[in-house]
Ligand binder design. Structure first.
Ligand SMILES: [Zn+2]
Length: 360
């Protein structure tokens, strides 16, 4: 009798188990790998984010994310995962964990900016920065401060001081790998905003934002506009404004995805036509990358704060700008310091070995 009962239970369980193995999105795949995007509406619940004149950053972020998600979901090869779809609190580590667990191809965090000066305006997109940058510290403090609302944050974020991004102990080597792609997406977003919103383009910036540090994939944090600026607040509160913002991000993500598809079949080529290959020992060239953006700018010194020997390379929809061209590291380090002092605070050295560029 007992054996029979077990058999019945087993027979009942088998179909349930095999059903559980069927991916929910099987209808979407068509045999092609889904491009997974995690959409992260900043803040929520007990953390409204910036709260100005009855306008909560958490509300606007969620509305934009939902509009954006709806548009992206209409593509059968794109899978969307939300870190939240309601007004609830989600810790920064949880948000990143959701994205890491999904092995997402992209992490897109949506926020609104704020400043003491009500005249401050425009939009900017952040990628992870590995060093402190005083100019971005206010954004870093504000967007990281939510950690203080989390229970046991000292344990969870081992030794992290939200006001000091450099105190964050994570595997930065891993994230370095994703930086170029993050910059590409960020540049796409800023280019679309520039074209569609016609607002001040504050550019692509680098900062030690916790949520970007914890997610191991190309990740950006978008500041869609200033809630402290009346005109931008009104725009962001409006349905049409939210739609415009969502649509710009949507187009930026699609452009990014298109480039990924191409790269599956083509070997990535770097245009080295600007590189003067002098007959130096071991064929190594050092340059300093000063910026990367969607905009094509003439490689004239006066366009780059009088820095010398400007060169440009196009890759994956963005332009990278370099200064200098040396066969040894020392003058490149000195030029990097000069570039930083002139305001290119995230400038870094790249090295070309036999025409192949890598970040130093
Ligand atoms: Zn925020």
């Amino acid at each position: 009798m007992k054996t029979k009962l077990y058999l019945i239970i087993v027979l009942l369980i088998i179909p349930i188990i095999s059903m559980a193995n069927i991916p929910i999105d099987s209808t979407k795949t068509n045999g092609k790998k889904l491009f997974t995007v995690v959409l992260d509406a900043g803040h929520g619940g007990k953390d409204p984010g910036k709260y100005v004149a009855n306008t909560k950053e958490s509300d606007i972020a969620l509305k934009v994310v939902k509009l954006l998600g709806k548009q992206l979901e209409s593509h059968r090869d794109i899978k969307i995962i939300y870190t939240r779809t309601k007004d609830v609190f989600v810790g920064l580590d949880q948000r990143a964990a959701i994205a890491n667990k999904a092995k997402a191809d992209l992490f897109v965090s949506v926020h609104c900016n704020a400043a003491a000066a009500t005249s401050a305006k425009g939009n900017e997109t952040f990628v992870l920065g590995l060093h402190n940058n005083a100019a971005n510290l206010e954004v870093v403090k504000r967007e990281n401060s939510v950690i203080l609302l989390e229970e046991n944050y000292e344990e969870k974020y081992a030794g992290f001081n939200p006001n000091d991004p450099s105190s964050f102990a994570t595997n930065l080597m891993i994230q370095e790998e994703y930086l170029d792609n993050s910059i590409e997406l960020a540049a796409n977003v800023q280019t679309k905003f520039d074209k569609d919103l016609k607002r001040k383009n504050r550019g692509v910036k680098q900062a030690g934002l916790a949520v970007l540090r914890l997610s191991y994939m190309p990740s950006v944090l978008i500041e869609t506009g200033f809630l402290t600026n009346k005109e931008e607040r009104t725009f962001l509160r409006s349905k049409s404004g939210q739609k415009k913002v969502a649509n710009s991000i949507y187009n930026a993500v699609l452009d990014y995805q298109k480039n990924r598809d191409v790269n599956l079949f083509e070997v990535e080529e770097i245009d080295t036509s600007n590189v003067v290959l002098e007959p130096v020992a071991n064929n190594t060239i050092y340059k300093v990358q000063i910026s990367a953006s969607g905009n094509k700018v003439e490689t004239k010194s006066y366009n780059f704060k009088q820095l010398p020997e400007i060169s440009r390379e196009k890759e994956g929809g963005i332009y990278r700008y370099f200064t200098g061209n040396f066969s040894s590291l020392k003058p490149a380090s000195e030029l990097r310091a000069l570039a930083v002092s002139k305001g290119y605070t995230s400038a870094f050295i790249v090295v070309y070995e036999n025409g192949i560029r890598r970040r130093l």
